[in-house]
Write a protein that binds this ligand. Structure first.
Ligand SMILES: NC(=O)c1ccc[n+]([C@@H]2O[C@H](COP(=O)([O-])OP(=O)(O)OC[C@H]3O[C@@H](n4cnc5c(N)ncnc54)[C@H](OP(=O)(O)O)[C@@H]3O)[C@@H](O)[C@H]2O)c1
Length: 253
């Protein structure tokens, strides 16, 4: 039987479509769903499917977060604080991401490099920084359990394309560089937050059929997120600071 996540509150970035939207769908369907699912996206007004899920499930609050826009991160945090009224946030999933498909070095531009870094690396850093007091509060409130996604955790959605050891096909300079920088963010956080026993894991969702992954991806969003949820539910102290795929396999940095 599959393990089940027991976080009471979760915040996910990039929920308008793809893997982020599927996270929301599967959180709602858990046997013990979180009381608060904060589903953020950069354009709530046009996130029709997400808005419908929120209408059908009062636990789902749609928030505006553009990870490039610090004021949206701040406003969303204020709303979350109001809703949680003194309780902490158990789980943050930094999922929003962006890919330019450069085939070779000639395709790379300064603008592509910098804008990808801003979304895939700077964004997760500042979302984490702003929500960390709430995650720390959860770590104190649910203080007895050690490292778990039910207590206090940060999951960064990276990519196998960030792995230097795994890279055999080159291409995608801006994306690979932004995601390997995200891996360093995960490692840094895991060391810094060890005092609070906050679990930090880097995750690869697989090659998923989304706008980013394209139609030839090897798995559906359902399969990817089902796997990721199971992996997240089973991670503990021994898994802290490491990089896993959606089946739970340990990946090389
Ligand atoms: N699909 C794959 O094969 C694959 C493989 C490895 C890793 N990943 C990672 O998985 C994560 C989700 O990717 P996906 O496949 O679901 O891609 P997707 O279908 O293209 O969705 C990307 C999501 O990120 C959001 N986003 C982009 N820029 C943003 C910003 N500045 N602020 C807030 N949200 C922003 C998009 O929002 P809008 O709708 O507003 O654009 C959308 O919700 C990404 O981190 C990606 O790198 C995916």
């Amino acid at each position: 039987m599959e393990a089940s996540l027991k976080a009471k509150s979760v915040l996910i970035t990039g929920c308008s479509r793809g893997i982020g939207l599927e996270f929301v769908k599967q959180f709602v369907r858990l046997p013990s769903p979180p009381a608060h699912i904060f589903a953020s996206c950069r354009s709530p007004d046009t996130a029709y499917e997400l808005q419908q899920i929120s209408k059908d499930n009062p636990s789902v609050t749609v928030l505006k977060i553009d990870v490039e826009d610090m004021s949206t991160i701040e406003n969303a945090a204020l709303q979350v604080e109001q809703i949680l009224v003194g309780r902490g946030l158990n789980l943050l999933i930094n999922n929003a991401g962006f890919l330019f498909r450069e085939e070779k070095i000639e395709d790379v531009t300064e603008e592509k490099m910098l804008s990808t870094y801003k979304v895939n690396t700077v964004g997760p850093v500042f979302v984490t920084k702003r929500f960390l007091p709430l995650i720390r509060k959860a770590a104190q409130t649910y203080g007895k359990d050690e490292y778990s996604t039910s207590r206090a955790a940060i999951m960064n959605i990276s990519s196998i394309w960030s792995s230097i050891d795994y890279n055999e096909m080159a291409r995608h300079y801006s994306y690979r560089c932004s995601k390997i920088a995200l891996n360093m963010v995960s490692k840094n956080l895991s060391i810094e937050l060890a005092a609070d026993k906050i679990l930090v894991i880097n995750l690869n969702p697989g090659w998923v059929r989304t706008d980013l992954g394209g139609p030839n991806g090897s798995i559906s969003t359902e399969e990817s997120v089902n796997g990721l949820m199971n992996v997240m539910a089973t991670r503990t102290k021994e898994h802290n600071a490491l990089f896993y795929d959606f089946k739970g396999a340990l990946l090389p940095w």
